[in-house]
Structures are given as C-alpha cells and as structure tokens.
Design a protein around this ligand. Structure first.
Ligand code: UDX
Length: 438
C-alpha cells in the first residue's frame, strides 16, 4: 500500500512514521525544503519520545520517504493525508488556506482514484470544502478521475504520540463511500488486531468528535480547578476529593488533576474554535465559555499565591522548574509558565528557569532573554526566594530537598501540580503552597 502525507508537523510526521513502521510505503511531503533535507539526515523538527528511532529505521529501509514534490509523491497513492497547519486567522478562526492549497495540488496531479483524508484538526464542514476544491481542480484539467474525501481526526497526546498511534484507544474515521471505507479499514488493520476499534461514521460527526473529545477533557480539568479553588477556601484537600470522586467509574480517575491551567496546542484552540463555530451558527456553548474563563483564571493562581506570601515582588528572585506546557515535550504553546513568568517580571521580580528540553524553544519563541536559563534544576535555585514547580517532569519528582534548601535564600515552595508531600516538606522546614490544599 502506498500513501502520501502532506505536512511534516507534529501530526503528519508521527502518522507517517508510524504507518511506515507497519510496512506501509509512506512519502511525507512538505514545502519547507530545509525541513525535508533535515528529515533525510534524521534531524527531526520536534521532540517526541521514540520518534527518531522509527524515522531512522524506516527511512533506511526505504519505506519512509521525504519529498518537497507533491505532484510526483501523489502518483499511485491510495490515500493522501492532509496534515498541514491551520493557524488561527485574523478573527481567530482556523485558516484553511494551506489545507485547500494541498487539496488543489492533489487535484492537479492525481493520476488515479484516491482517498483524501483530513488529519489536521479542522472545523466541521472542512471535508466538504476539500471536496469542492478537488472537484474544481479536476474540472480545470477536464479530468473525470474519481476520489473520496474522509475525516480521520487525531487523538495523539504530545509526549506519548508514538505509543498512542501504535496502540490507539480508538480510531475515528468519517467516510462517504464503501470504497473509501474499505481502504481505510485496510490501512488501519495492523493497529486494530489487538481489539482496538476503528469507529466509522459520517464525515461531520467525525469532525465534531475531535472537538467534543477535547472540549470534554478541558471541561474535566477546569471543573477540578474550580473545585480545587473552593477546597482551599473551605479547608478541604482536593487530592482527597479527587481520589474520592475518581473511584466512581462513571467519573473516572483520569484527567481530574488540578493544576495551573491546561495549555498546549489543542485544548485552548479547540475550545475556542467550538465556542466560535457554535456562535456563528446561532448557539452559545455556555459550559465551554466557563471552561475557558476558569482556565484563564487558573493560569494566574500561582502569581496570586506569590503576591499573598511576599507582598511586593520587586527585587524578588524566583526559580522555576519546568517551562513546557506539560512533561515529555518541548512544546511551549499556551504554556502556563509564560503567563506566570510575565506576571513576575511585570511586578519587578526576576526568574531563573530550568526545563529538561524546552529551554531552546522558550528562548527563541516565547521568553527570549528576559529570564536566566539555568544549567540544571539546582542551578536554577541559587539565591531564589522560592521554588515554583510549574511542569511535573519526572526528574523533579524526588529532589534532594537538603540541597534545595541550601540553594534557596528562603525555603518556600509553590507546587503548581501537587507533586510533593506537603506534610514532609513542612516538617523539613519549608513553607509549602499547593493547589486546592491548605
Ligand atoms: C490533548 C489530548 O489529550 C489529545 O487527545 C488531543 O489529540 C490533543 O490534545 P495534549 O495537548 O498533548 O493532548 O496534552 P494532554 O496530555 O491531554 O494535556 C493537556 C493539558 O491539560 C496540559 O496542560 C496538562 O497539564 C493539563 N492537564 C491534564 C491537567 O491540568 N490536569 C489533568 O488531569 C490532565
């Protein structure tokens, strides 16, 4: 089976690499020549555990190829995935310019029946637009070649993307014909042998499923953050409450961890997009509006705690552990760390930060030279008035607290992820602040 994947960003590259891993002949295409050259040399544009090895292995075997030439790569491909970016346009809605450009390119160069699958997270109704673009491109060359469009939303978690792809909870595919359904079934068979289902449905439902899934998960988090804030006021312990409610299988114990707000490329964007789509169609998503409001507020909770403890932050110095929006990724998009750091800087404080992988990303795209980037987690602590645990990387789990205490100028810990044992820390002479705990 031969397929083409257009767009070598996060979704495209993981999809291409993982499909080649099961023996499918994959060409990954991108307009960015430098990126394609680098990929051929084994240099990846993103950090994702396990991905480099898979890319290298399958590239060597010739099952995974990289190209800037859409026209030749699309020849004889049974499936073309569109996995290019959908950056927010001026009004905040997803800009489909690149998606439709690719559809146009496929229409101009395809030489046989093909299934054109949208893989980028796109608004409900996009597959329809892709179909129209393809039809008009084919009409321009007076071609009567047939094609189908399909929607195959992505549920990968950053930091666990390879594993999620190889062992999916489910694969959702929206199709419009038996012919395309059979091809998609064949494509995904290697991933469903161990019982994980491919759920086929109509195309708009598949497009909506992605948004509904992310909106539900974001809702769980904002709900718990709201409960956590109330716990603090009422003297309850949100960790206990979380365990108490999570043991009910109807609620479940996943995704109910309070923290300093969700970030990343998906939740904030998708929640906003769904609110907007609904509004444009005459419906208010009242719950999601609150989910979004609570999340914005939650990103400021840590700063509020700092202010409460220190009063004036002018001249105060803070150590930050973790910059990426979550562990196991260098992704800084919508990361709470950026909000917290900017608040500290605006209040006249200074910051030393350490992150195992995201410091380059932070320096180049988000924070520049406004903070000091430390050599390691202990170096970040030197002379700081407090430690702020922002991202729960596993290497921050069991620090040498004696060393932490000796490096800090005052032993104060703000734990944004409830990672530490507060009784123990208090016994050891630290002042401890968590989320949703006294
Ligand atoms: C998410 C979805 O999980 C994935 O299915 C979808 O395809 C893309 O969006 P991702 O953005 O990689 O994946 O991150 P995820 O691990 O889901 O975490 C999102 C955010 O929620 C992070 O900021 C994380 O810190 C926060 N979070 C998660 C919490 O605050 N509490 C939790 O209990 C879980």
């Amino acid at each position: 089976m031969k397929i083409a994947i257009v767009g070598t960003g996060y979704v495209g590259l993981v999809t291409g690499a993982c499909l080649s891993e099961v023996g499918i002949n994959v060409t990954c295409i991108d307009v960015d020549e430098k990126k394609i050259e680098n990929l051929k040399k084994g240099i990846l544009p993103i950090y994702e555990p396990g991905l480099e090895e898979i890319v290298e292995r399958n590239f060597k075997k010739g099952r995974l190829q990289f190209s800037t030439d859409l026209a030749s790569s699309i020849q004889d491909a049974e499936v073309a995935f569109i996995a290019v970016g959908t950056p927010p346009g001026e009004d905040g809605s997803a800009d489909l310019k690149y998606v439709l450009q690719v559809a146009q390119g496929i229409g101009e160069s395809m030489n046989d029946y093909i299934v054109v699958v949208t893989k980028s997270t796109v608004p409900v109704g996009t597959a329809e637009k892709v179909r129209n673009q393809l039809s008009s491109a084919l009409a321009e060359r007076s071609s009567d070649l047939e094609f189908d469009v399909a929607s195959n939303p992505e549920f990968l978690k950053e930091g666990a993307a390879v594993d999620d792809f190889m062992r999916p909870d489910r694969i959702v595919v929206g199709v419009e014909s038996e012919r395309s359904k059979e091809i998609m079934e064949r494509l995904y068979r290697p991933f469903t042998l161990n019982g994980h289902p491919v759920i086929f449905m109509d195309i708009p439902s598949a497009e909506m499923t992605k948004y509904a899934a992310n909106a539900m998960l974001a809702t769980k988090i904002s709900f718990m953050n709201d409960i956590a804030n109330l716990c603090e006021i009422m003297g309850a312990d949100v960790n206990a409450v979380r365990t108490g409610i999570g043991s009910d299988p109807r609620i479940g114990n996943k995704f109910i961890y309070p923290g300093i707000g969700y970030g990343g490329s998906c939740f904030p964007k998708d929640v906003k997009a769904l609110i907007r789509t609904a509004r444009e169609n005459g419906h208010e998503m009242r719950i999601l509006q609150s989910v979004e409001d609570v999340n914005e507020g939650q990103k400021e909770v840590m700063f509020a705690k700092l202010k409460k403890h220190f009063g004036d932050l002018k001249g105060k110095h803070f150590a930050i552990w973790g910059l990426s929006f979550k562990p196991q990724t260098d992704d800084m998009r919508e990361a709470p760390s950026v909000v917290i750091i900017n608040q500290i800087l605006a209040a006249g404080g200074t910051v030393s930060a350490y992150d195992p992988v995201a410091m380059e990303e932070a320096k180049h795209l988000h924070l520049g030279e406004t903070i000091r980037y430390a050599e390691n987690e202990y170096d970040a602590l030197k002379g700081a008035d407090a430690l702020l645990l922002v991202t729960e990387w596993s290497e921050f789990r069991v620090p040498d607290w004696k060393k932490v205490k000796s490096e800090l100028s005052t032993p104060v810990v703000f734990d944004g992820r409830n990672l530490y044992n507060r009784e123990q820390l208090r016994k050891d002479g630290f002042t401890y602040y968590g989320i949703g705990v006294q």
